[in-house]
Design a binder for this molecule. Structure first.
Ligand code: KG4
Ligand code: ZN
Length: 326
């Protein structure tokens, strides 16, 4: 079964063709990062205009790379939320137009659900029950999954998402946008022990909080107490990752799950991948970095399981910018 995935929830215009939910035939991504970097963050109006310019070329490239015709497709999966309304609308309207023109079934996918399904695009299948840590620009969620489409949110951030915290810390340190990769790069030459930053453990809860560590970094920078950008980046990265890893392993152990999955843009962070893998008694799965950040292959993979479960939408499908999981 060949599914076309379309993803336009934020600042990447992406289209992909995936076979049977596991084999990537194409995975095209047009990034707007250089445009938004000028403004130090995403400008929603600029993002939706860029999606309109990029969507048709990206779709054509995805179909060509997959050597697929419209008649070869079995369905379309498109992100309906959460995300920026104007950006989501471009993908959803394009998906509906293709579905109507070619008589294809369509299914709307939750972007966070899509991130989780990047873990099915590896060479073995995840085992239920599992706990997935989704860490992206907008979310830090710990999700229990007992089967396909069965999500129980065990914890979430009470303030900044992990990726958002990385982006804000990078701005404080003058490292530019997007912050996650910039902090990772700078931290390679830094010493995390030179600067002490607090950890919010929120004992007894699987929720997260990252605004305190960000504010503590800001105060130290303002007070001239950060020895170098590299040391600041290394300390910040370690403070966030220590909390993510410790709390994820704790809840996964308590719930006696078979596997821990990592997902979302921050899951491409090499220290997080290494720490979690090294410190977890439970097997850990991590998608390749390109499948952690926003892409349409993960949406197509998730869409395959929607179609298997007869979750088909009508052409009245609409965007839900504040869509939640579970
Ligand atoms: O999942 P994603 O691509 O988009 C959203 O759904 O938000 O995640 C983007 C976030 C950004 O905040 C970015 O700074 C962060 O992921 N990120 C990273 C790394 N690469 C991307 N954070 C830490 N380390 C990285 N290597
Ligand atoms: Zn995302």
């Amino acid at each position: 079964m060949k599914i076309l995935g379309i993803e336009t929830s934020c600042d990447e215009t992406a289209a992909a063709v995936v076979e049977d939910g596991v084999r990537i035939l194409s995975n095209q991504i047009a990034s707007q990062v250089e445009i938004h970097a000028r403004y130090g963050g995403i400008v929603p109006e600029v993002a939706s205009r860029q999606h309109i310019l990029a969507i048709i070329p990206v779709l054509k490239q995805a179909m060509t790379e997959a050597r697929t015709t419209w008649d070869d497709l079995d369905g379309i999966a498109v992100t309906i939320g959460p995300g920026l309304a104007g950006s989501l609308l471009v993908g959803v309207n394009m998906a509906k137009a293709i579905a109507l023109a070619h008589g294809l079934p369509i299914t709307g996918v939750n972007h966070l659900e899509g991130h989780i399904y990047a873990n099915w695009l590896t060479n073995s299948t995840p085992l239920f029950p599992l706990v997935c840590l989704i860490v992206s620009g907008g979310h830090s969620d710990l999700v229990l999954m007992r089967g396909h489409g069965d999500y129980v949110v065990l914890g979430r951030t009470r303030d900044d998402a992990a990726g958002e915290a990385f982006d804000k810390a990078a701005r404080i340190l003058g490292l530019g946008y997007p912050g996650g990769p910039a902090i990772q790069q700078a931290a390679r030459n830094g010493n995390a022990t030179f600067i002490q930053l607090p950890r919010a453990w929120l004992k007894g809860s699987s929720d997260f909080s990252f605004s305190g560590v960000k504010t503590a970094l800001l105060r130290l920078v303002e007070g001239g107490k950060v020895s170098s950008r590299a040391d600041g980046a290394a300390s910040f990265q370690e403070a966030v990752i220590e909390v993510l890893v410790t709390k994820t392993v704790a809840i996964a152990t308590e719930r006696r799950v078979k596997q821990i999955l990592l997902a979302g843009g921050v899951a491409s962070n090499e220290l997080l991948r290494e720490w979690l893998t090294r410190n977890s008694p439970i097997p850990v799965r991590v998608p390749e970095p390109i499948l952690c950040t926003d892409n349409a292959a993960m949406i197509a993979a998730c869409g395959y399981y929607h179609f298997q479960a007869d979750k088909v939408d009508g052409l009245n499908l609409d965007v839900i910018p504040s869509l939640r999981l579970g």
